[in-house]
Ligand binder design. Structure first.
Ligand SMILES: [Mg+2]
Length: 251
């Protein structure tokens, strides 16, 4: 029997992206390699823009922190502009390799993807059950929001540039890690406040049990979305959430 959000008391649905609305492979096999492959050209073309200079300041601070923490990042060489550009490229690649949630890196990736979506080299991807669910929910007056660790810019680019159309109109709002980390209960209280809903009026759907646990601690309703059999299962992962395989299981 289908799960009805309203019967749980929900007035809003909060969605994760990676692994929930969108295949994880899209992020890892399409978006990340695109940013990596276009990094050098992007830096060469934009190195002197005010936006890039402010991004570099953030990046330098992150680099200093890495040095202090003995993380051994590539040496920062600013003896010439070309040397610094090379350094920045190396350091950004280093951050990508470590899959760091670096604010400077996220910002830069967003900018590179923006160019890719504009030129149609990139197109967003969602599971086929996502658009009809968004339509169904919003037609009944449910408000739909996104909460992802990808930047709000990256989220809007993805949903605004799909192969067959644009889903932006269905969303009331977009949240990223500026609300806090996804495993922290506090982040979900902040989001509830932003949406002007009581936590118990929000249904959060994600593929990560840790995120759901944090959301539940703040009083949200949760559903675990398992799109396919996981490549490896962690026996330590406690799965206490109701599980769905597609949004078709939600009324
Ligand atoms: Mg996810």
């Amino acid at each position: 029997m289908a799960i009805n959000p309203e019967s749980l008391g929900a007035k809003a649905v909060l969605l994760d992206i990676e692994g929930t609305t969108t295949p994880v492979a899209f992020v890892f096999d399409v978006l990340f390699p695109y940013a990596r492959n276009h990094l050098k050209d992007y830096l060469a073309q934009n190195f002197k823009t005010p936006d890039m200079q402010s991004m570099l300041q953030t990046l330098r601070k992150e680099h200093e922190t890495d040095v202090v923490k003995w993380a051994e990042p590539p040496h920062w060489d600013n003896t010439s502009e070309s040397a610094e550009m090379r350094t920045v490229t190396l350091y950004l690649l280093w951050l990508m390799d470590k899959d760091r949630k670096s604010p400077a890196l996220k910002r830069l990736q967003g900018k590179i993807w923006e160019g890719g979506y504009r030129s149609k080299a990139l197109q967003g991807e969602v599971y086929p059950d996502v658009p009809p669910a968004l339509k169904r929910w919003t037609e009944r007056g449910l408000q739909v929001y996104i909460y992802s660790s990808g930047s709000v810019l990256a989220q809007k680019l993805l949903f605004g540039n799909l192969k067959d159309g644009d889903l932006i109109r269905y969303f009331r709002g977009f949240f990223d890690t500026r609300m806090g980390p996804k495993n922290a209960p506090e982040s979900y209280r902040k989001i509830a406040k932003e949406t002007r809903h009581a936590p118990k009026e929000i249904l959060f759907i994600s593929d990560q049990e840790k995120e759901l646990k944090a959301a539940r601690q703040s009083g949200l309703h949760t559903l675990l979305c398992i799109r396919q059999t996981q490549p490896f299962e962690n026996p330590d992962t406690e799965q206490t959430s109701t599980t769905i395989k597609t949004f078709d299981e939600i009324d």
